[in-house]
Ligand binder design. Structure first.
Ligand code: AMP
Ligand code: GLY
Length: 430
């Protein structure tokens, strides 16, 4: 089988590393990929090929798929899914038989529109924060709704806003001003033409990952990520600074509640609503007391959660992808590594605000007992250089998350680039 992975971050390097281990895979392409994917070898010894095509350049992707006889496209990020890459393949006679791992556009609205996701959850009795949504014409109604709520106030841009569209405010007047900014001044562009205002839920967050063929599903190991740039979960939000799996506070009975109250009704809801879904679902959860609530759906894997979830999956990933395509996920026996995994993300100085790129990455000693996943890296004149905010993730196994973290921290010290930064307190709250 020839596979193309779309994306170029740590998640996609991890997908590449795991997929490359399958004997089923003859050739593996990544678009655009990074220095890490380019250095990955298949089980056969053949190298993975990076192709410089953007994830939303559907025509460019089509040309590549036809030229290289690609059988399957695995979509990493949400953008191409929300823009309808799966539908683009289904609607093209030359591409109809190419498998796409990722939901169709209709179903991708679970991430593409917060209101769509809320309506879905309410229809199917899935626990989530109470809410109402407002457009610019309903600004006064929005103010009135805020007045009824207790602080803090949660304001969410309906559409995709690169992970920045959620504001949590303590002050009523500030919340009103921001609601106006979002609706009237287009603070997040078109994404905030509609705003969802939610009840604030207080608890600890975790991520649940499901892969589905639309009918059957497998629940992958739970994970917890660390989104803030600063230690003690302070400062600006990032894509994610580290992650651990499993999640110590998600014991068997809590995981069963997630399965019964959230995962099962989500999968049956997709079927009832005829939302075509073959791919990963990332359910952002919050544990309130002993009960799980959904904060958000994403129609893809998380990053850096993938860097700890896939290393714990022993089952051949190409087998899982094939079963997703043929609707036979019930035939797959998911094998999970009992060990814990932890990852730490090294980022460019200044991230998530302005930062410099093109810094050479060096290794002072060979890293042997950790997995090194590239996120924002590129090859330049034979050297590996930084090319993004999040640069490189170091994942380790251990008997528990503390042992895994310790190994990742030891090995992180062997990596260097100018203005490199990473959080030293991943797992501090567990
Ligand atoms: P989202 O993009 O919907 O995941 O929201 C971003 C972050 O805002 C989440 O990871 C939570 O930390 C926080 N958040 C979102 N909704 C709520 C809520 N209803 N109550 C408390 N925190 C929330
Ligand atoms: N780590 C959070 C995300 O991938 O959205």
């Amino acid at each position: 089988m020839n596979i193309l992975i779309l994306g170029g971050g740590g998640r996609e390097h991890t997908f590449t590393w795991k997929t490359a281990q399958s004997n089923k895979v003859k050739r593996l392409f990544v678009a655009p990929g990074n220095a890490g994917t380019a250095g990955t070898k298949l089980a056969s010894g053949e190298a993975v090929t990076n192709v410089d095509i953007a994830v939303t350049d559907f025509d460019g992707i089509k040309a590549l798929v036809l030229k290289e006889n690609i059988d399957m496209v695995v979509v990493g990020p949400e953008d191409p899914l929300v823009k309808g890459i799966h539908d683009y393949f289904l609607n093209d006679p030359e591409l109809q038989n190419v498998a796409v791992i990722g939901p169709q556009k209709l179903a991708a609205q679970l991430e593409g529109s917060k209101e769509f996701a809320k309506e879905f959850m309410n229809r199917h009795g899935i626990p989530t924060a109470a809410y109402q949504s407002f457009t610019r014409e309903q600004l006064e109604d929005g103010f009135a709704f805020l007045e009824q709520l207790e602080p803090p106030y949660v304001l969410k841009a309906d559409g995709l806003a690169a992970g920045k569209g959620v504001l949590i405010l303590n002050d009523l007047e500030e919340a009103k001003a921001e609601l106006k900014n979002m609706l009237v001044e287009a603070k997040f562009g078109d994404a905030s033409a509609k705003v969802v205002i939610e009840e604030f839920l207080s608890g600890i967050e975790l991520s649940c990952f499901v892969v589905t063929d639309g009918k059957h599903y497998l629940t992958l190991p739970m994970a917890k990520d660390y989104k803030r740039i600063g230690e003690g979960d302070t400062g600006l939000n990032t894509g994610g600074m580290g992650a651990v799996s499993p999640v110590p506070f998600a014991g068997e009975s809590f995981v069963n509640k997630i399965e019964e109250r959230i995962v099962k009704p989500t999968i049956s809801g997709l079927q009832k609503d005829e939302l075509p879904y073959r791919g990963f679902i990332f359910i952002g959860l919050i544990k309130v007391g002993e009960d799980p609530y959904v904060i958000e759906y994403n129609v893809r894997m998380g990053d850096p959660e993938t860097e700890v979830v896939l290393p714990r999956v022993k089952t051949d990933l190409a087998d899982i992808f094939e079963a997703v395509q043929t609707g036979t996920l019930d035939k797959i026996n998911l094998e999970v590594d009992e060990r814990a995994a932890a990852t730490i993300m090294a980022v460019s100085g200044g991230y998530p605000e302005a930062y410099e790129k093109g810094k050479e990455i060096t290794e002072t000693a060979t890293i042997e007992d950790s997995l090194v996943f590239h996120a924002g890296t590129a090859l330049k004149d034979g050297k590996t250089v930084t090319s993004g905010g999040r640069v490189i993730a170091v994942t380790s196994y251990g008997k528990d998350f503390k042992a895994a973290l310790q190994k990742s921290y030891q090995n992180m010290e062997k990596l260097h680039f100018d203005k490199m930064y990473y959080r030293k307190d991943i797992g501090f709250d567990l």
